[in-house]
Design a protein around this ligand. Structure first.
Ligand SMILES: Nc1ncnc2c1ncn2[C@@H]1O[C@H](COP(=O)(O)OP(=O)(O)O)[C@@H](O)[C@H]1O
Ligand SMILES: [Mg+2]
Length: 201
């Protein structure tokens, strides 16, 4: 089971779109995929158009009210969803003072061994306890970015987050790739940023 977090500390870079397309693409190749939504905006959960209960979401998993396997809903034969709720916004306050709060998701993943080929995690742009849980539970990260200067700046923050997670809670974490979205090869600027990104990687 490979666990991939789609991440970038900048908003609107195509994280949710990438998570959804990756999930559907893997399913088309015959893989069994779980998408875990850790974004309080729940855009990915909404996009699947399947009903789910607000009291059975990743919020209740991360606050240890229930376990991950018990909140999963079926999207189709190959895709399952662990939905998010707006309550995730309160997570950091609720986990204050708890010992090792970044390992809750990883501990819950153990129940899923042998069920899924891939787990894809969609998360929000900022750095909070849900995100630390995602990066601790993942083998790899994929970073959707746009070819602009602020995105380049955002990648520095991301690199330092990945390095600190590697030191503290997940030495195996690796960056599988930077995915440039909304690529426009006609502009000189895009070309310059793209070659800078290739060097960075
Ligand atoms: N390759 C693309 N081309 C055009 N629009 C895109 C592309 N990828 C994403 N979008 C649009 O950009 C917006 C932000 O994308 P989204 O995946 O929600 O980003 P994030 O999850 O990082 O905030 C959405 O409205 C989405 O439909
Ligand atoms: Mg999103």
């Amino acid at each position: 089971m490979k666990v991939v977090t789609i991440t970038n500390q900048k908003g609107g870079t195509g994280k949710t779109s990438t998570a959804l397309y990756l999930t559907y693409g893997l399913a088309r190749k015959g893989k069994k995929v779980l998408l875990i939504d850790l974004d309080q905006q729940a855009d990915a959960s909404f996009s699947f158009h399947v009903p789910y209960r607000q009291d059975e979401t990743t919020f209740q998993v991360l606050t240890e009210k229930t376990s991950l396997k018990d909140i999963i809903v079926k999207v189709n034969d190959d895709i399952d969803l662990a939905p998010a709720s707006p309550e995730l916004a309160q997570l950091d306050v609720l986990l204050t003072g708890k010992l090792d709060p970044q390992f809750i998701l990883e501990d819950n993943m153990k129940d899923l061994m042998g069920i899924y080929d891939y787990v894809v995690i969609d998360k929000l742009p900022s750095l909070n306890m849900a995100v630390l849980n995602a990066l601790t539970a993942s083998q790899s990260v994929v970073v959707p970015t746009q070819a602009d200067i602020y995105s380049l700046k955002g990648l520095k923050d991301l690199a330092s987050t990945v390095n600190s997670i590697k030191r503290r809670s997940n030495p195996e974490l690796k960056i599988d790739g930077i995915l440039i979205s909304r690529y426009n090869s006609r502009t000189v600027f895009t070309k310059a940023i793209t070659s800078a990104l290739e060097e960075w990687h």
